[in-house]
Design a protein around this ligand. Structure first.
Ligand SMILES: [Zn+2]
Length: 133
């Protein structure tokens, strides 16, 4: 409309007024800013939803744990904190009495003072002791 004022029936098409280059540039800039804002908002919403989903999953997972598993988890957190305090070495990590597998992140099986990564190791150890003179 700004460049070709007589070419079309602008009034009939209800075009509000001529669009100058400056106006067009401003409009484009505004649209870009709005788009960027919308994108940012969508990103934040997505992240928030993801966090909520993660929290729900953790909550559900924790609630589904047995008493034993919850206790093991708590003990493990204390151990992890201790490890962090002592410089992060794993030398004090509890290990399976039989195969030496780390018990960090596992729910150990106990009998007497021994801890094992699996019932297989526990039973093998128990059998070994029974076989002793
Ligand atoms: Zn083991």
């Amino acid at each position: 409309m700004g460049e070709q004022p007589d070419r079309y029936d602008y009034a009939g098409a209800q075009v509000p007024g001529p669009l100058t280059a400056e106006m067009a540039a401003r409009q484009l800039e505004r649209r870009r800013a709005q788009k960027a804002q919308r994108k940012q908002r969508e990103k934040e919403e997505r992240e928030e939803k993801q966090q909520q989903a993660q929290e729900q999953e953790e909550k559900r997972h924790f609630a589904a744990l047995s008493e034993r598993e919850k206790r093991a988890l708590a003990a493990e957190k204390r151990l992890a904190a201790q490890l962090l305090d002592s410089g992060g070495t794993l030398t004090n990590t509890r290990r399976c009495w039989l195969c030496g597998e780390t018990l960090l992140g596992r729910i150990p099986f106990h009998y007497l003072d021994f801890s094992f990564c699996s019932t297989r190791c526990l039973q093998a150890h128990r059998r070994g002791r029974a076989a002793l003179p």
